[in-house]
Design a protein around this ligand. Structure first.
Ligand SMILES: [Mn+2]
Length: 378
C-alpha cells in the first residue's frame, strides 16, 4: 500500500497578527491533489495538527474540511497522533466512533498499543508523551523510567510485543530525535537536551513517520521527518523545499513529493534604496518578506514605501539610535499600531529623530498639546 506521511500542519498558526489560514487552505488542497494523483491508500499525520491545544474556530474548520474530504469524499483512511501543540482530549473527541469511518486518532497514550491494521501493514500510533505520562499509564514501570528515553523505550516495547508477524510495522510518533536539524519555527526544540531521544528507541520498525521538527529529513534509513507543508519562520526555513513523503509498503521505497507554496518566505537585506529596488523574483517579492534595512531608521513613511514594493511584508528591521551597530526589528503590525496611538508615535519620533527618551513631563506636554489641537478641530 502507499502511505502519505505529513506532519506539523499547525492549523490556526499566525505570524504576528497575520493569519496563515489562506496558506493552510492552499496546502490542504495541494495535499489532497497529491493523494488523488499518487493513489495513496492511507494518510499519516504525525502530530501538531493544530497550533494550539484550544484550537480556534477557523482552525477547526480547516481540519474538519481536510479530514472530511480525505476520509469521506476520497475514502482514504487517515491516522493522526497528537503532538505537543495539540490538546490530546480535544483532538481525539469521538475517536472510537470516527475509527468506523477510517479516521483513526490517538490523542493520549493508552496502556494497550493503538494500532490500525491493513492487509500488509500495521500502523502504530504513538502520540506525544512525557516521562510523567508514561509513569502514570504504566505505574509498574515507575522505577524503570528516569528520563524521556526510558519513557519511549517502555511505550515502544509494548508495541513491538504486539507485532503481527508477516506484516510491515509502521510507527507514527512526535519526538525530538538527537542530532535532528531544527529551524526557527521549532519552538519546542528550545526546551533542549532533556527532551531528546536517540533514534535507536525506534529499532525494529520498517518505517517511522515522525513529526515535530519542521525541516524534512531522514534521521536513519528507516526514520524520517516529513517536515511541515509550509514554512512558519524566516531564516533557515526560507530555502527549504516543503514536501510530503510517500512510502510504498511493498518495497519500502519512498518518494519525496514537493508541496507548492502560496507565499514564499524571503529576507531582503540592503540599504533602504536597495531594498526599495529589489532584484529578487516576482514570487519572492509578492511572498512573505522580512526587510532588513542596513543604513536607515524605519518610520511609518518608510514602512508605507516598503509596503508598496512588498504587498505581504511581515517584518521590517532598521537601524537604531541606541547603539551604532544595533538594529531594531518591528513587525508590520507593531509599526501600524504606532499610527493609532499618537503618544507612541511621539515617543518613537523622540527616540529615532532626537535620540532622547521623553520623560513624563514631556509626554504630558505633548498630550496637552494634542488635546488642545483636537479641541480646536472639534
Ligand atoms: Mn511539535
Amino acid at each position: 500500500m502507499r502511505l502519505l506521511h505529513t506532519s506539523d500542519w499547525h492549523l490556526g498558526a499566525a505570524d504576528g497578527e497575520r493569519s496563515l489560514n489562506e496558506d493552510q487552505r492552499f496546502f490542504i488542497d495541494e495535499i489532497i491533489r497529491i493523494i488523488e494523483r499518487e493513489k495513496v491508500d492511507a494518510v499519516l499525520i504525525a502530530g501538531d495538527v493544530y497550533d494550539r491545544s484550544v484550537a480556534s474556530a477557523e482552525a477547526i474548520r480547516l481540519y474538519d474540511d481536510a479530514v472530511t474530504r480525505i476520509c469521506g469524499d476520497l475514502g482514504v483512511p487517515v491516522c493522526i497522533i497528537a503532538g505537543n501543540h495539540d490538546g490530546p482530549e480535544r483532538l481525539s473527541t469521538c475517536s472510537g466512533l470516527l475509527s468506523w469511518v477510517g479516521l483513526h486518532i490517538a490523542g493520549a497514550l493508552t496502556r494497550s498499543p493503538q494500532v490500525v491494521s491493513f492487509d500488509d501493514a500495521e500502523i502504530f500510533l504513538l502520540p506525544w508523551i512525557t516521562e510523567e505520562k508514561v509513569k502514570s499509564v504504566f505505574p509498574e514501570e515507575r522505577d524503570a523510567v528516569s528520563g524521556i528515553e526510558d519513557a519511549y523505550r517502555v511505550a515502544v516495547n509494548r508495541m513491538r510485543a504486539a507485532f503481527t508477524p508477516g506484516k510491515r510495522h509502521i510507527l507514527i510518533a512526535h519526538a525530538f530525535i538527537t542530532n535532528a536539524e531544527t529551524s526557527t519555527s521549532d519552538r519546542a526544540a528550545e526546551i533542549g537536551f532533556a527532551m531528546q531521544v536517540p533514534v535507536s528507541v525506534f529499532d525494529g520498525f520498517d518505517y517511522v513517520a515522525l513529526g515535530h521538527i519542521h525541516k524534512p529529513q531522514d534521521v536513519s534509513p528507516t526514520v524520517r521527518y516529513s517536515g511541515t507543508p509550509m514554512p512558519f519562520s524566516f531564516g533557515r526555513e526560507e530555502g527549504q523545499e516543503k514536501s510530503v513523503t510517500i512510502v510504498d509498503t511493498q518495497t519500502m521505497s519512498r518518494r519525496i513529493v514537493p508541496v507548492p507554496l502560496l507565499h514564499r518566505r524571503t529576507t531582503i537585506t540592503g540599504t533602504f534604496s536597495e531594498v526599495l529596488h529589489p532584484t529578487c523574483s516576482e514570487s519572492e517579492r509578492n511572498g512573505y518578506v522580512r526587510a532588513v534595512v542596513t543604513d536607515s531608521y524605519l518610520g511609518l513613511e518608510a514602512l508605507s514605501e516598503l509596503r508598496r514594493v512588498y504587498p505581504n511584508l511581515l517584518e521590517a528591521n532598521g537601524r537604531t539610535f541606541e547603539s551604532e551597530s544595533g538594529s531594531v526589528t518591528m513587525t508590520v503590525q507593531e509599526l501600524e499600531r504606532l499610527a493609532d496611538d499618537p503618544v507612541s508615535v511621539f515617543r518613537y519620533f523622540c527616540r529615532e529623530e532626537l535620540d532622547v527618551s521623553p520623560d513624563e513631563r514631556l509626554t504630558g506636554l505633548f498630550e496637552k498639546a494634542m488635546a488642545s489641537a483636537e479641541g480646536v478641530q472639534a
